[in-house]
Design a protein. Sequence first.
Length: 435
Amino acid sequence: MGSKLQKIHAQGAGIDVGSRQFFVGIENQEVKSFDTFTSGCHQVVEYLQQHCITSVAMEATGVYWITLHDMLVSVGIKVDVVNGRHVKHVPGRKTDVKDCMWISELHSYGLLKKSFIPDVQVKEMRHYMRLRENHIEQKVKAVQRMDKALVMMNIRLSSVVSDMQGQSSLRIIQAILDGERNAEVLLNLCDTRILKQKKEKMQECLKGFYKPEQLFALKQSWEQYEFSEKQIAGCDICIEALLQKLTVNKPEPVLKGSPKKIYHNKPDVKNLHKMVQQLYDGKDLTVLPGITSYSLLKFFSVTGNDLKNWETENHFTAWLGLAPNQYQSGKMKKYRRIKMNTEAGQILKEYVQPLLRSKHVALGIFGKSIASRRGPSIAIKAMARKLACWIYRIVNKGLEFVENGIKQYEEQQKKDTLRWLEKKAKDLNLTLTPC
């Protein structure tokens, strides 16, 4: 006799979330549909309370589930948001009515795995950080359009100056929009270092063939650039206020040395390094290679600071989409390349990528050894996974990270290789002798 499944959630329900209607399925009850307006959300809550429902499972469909999720949580109903792929591709269940009943049935037996939902304040930080990243993208596009308009007037500023967002470039663009056309006057707006090294080239590139339509395009892009700057500054104010709220009752951390320099898109937040360290209870994660206070703040906005939601570091790296995907069928056992990109995983990949060119960090040598065999994309993923494991160990276990350097890493690799050779020689009844 096979063992029967036992119900885990006796007072459970399933909700299929759509853009226009919510379909609620309760065992031994007809499926009810409700509008997705606020009044409809209140009706769903009242309907579930009338039937003494204590646990609900719903699909994560776009952003339509968020408001209903928050309302249900506020009244004490446990909500499990599940991935739609886990309940998809079931024959004969292709309507919303049947789908919500199938979700309810699976949930009652505990066969659905809930998704990670961060705290309210973490979600608020995530919202501000995503808005900030969107404004940065718009600012970059505005800079590209300004460069295009200048090139169309044969002002090859980007060919001489490496940074189009530098002070020299911005002063020149502002002067052109104010009506200045003299190359000598524009040249004097440059930084002294540019004048020492590239004075002649700079003077030649500022002699343009001005066109009214391109000047108009330049003006439009400049206004877009200034608007994006103001929007980013507004996000920084909200981020600073929320950080102060999150760290108000936390003890002062022990700051060791000056924080790492943030080269691009540094937020205008006072004591950013100190407050980010307070978020992680005094643990300084910026000692890890490639991690700055800003990158750590982005990572916090996605995962939060409580990594105990994942049982082990393997669970954590799998959730990040950084673990290798193992596939076994019969005697065949191999690793499948399944495309899975998560926001937190992409953040780590972005910050380990420059380490492939590093000559002083052991993680960079680790990545180079993999890149030589399997390519840079696999190497970056492996480096990001190792970085995620270090983050998990520091936050959950309180371990300290020590950068051993390249020489010590290479020596350890030689010892591991020698140990492997000795083992193989012993299996073949041979002995190793030094040259």
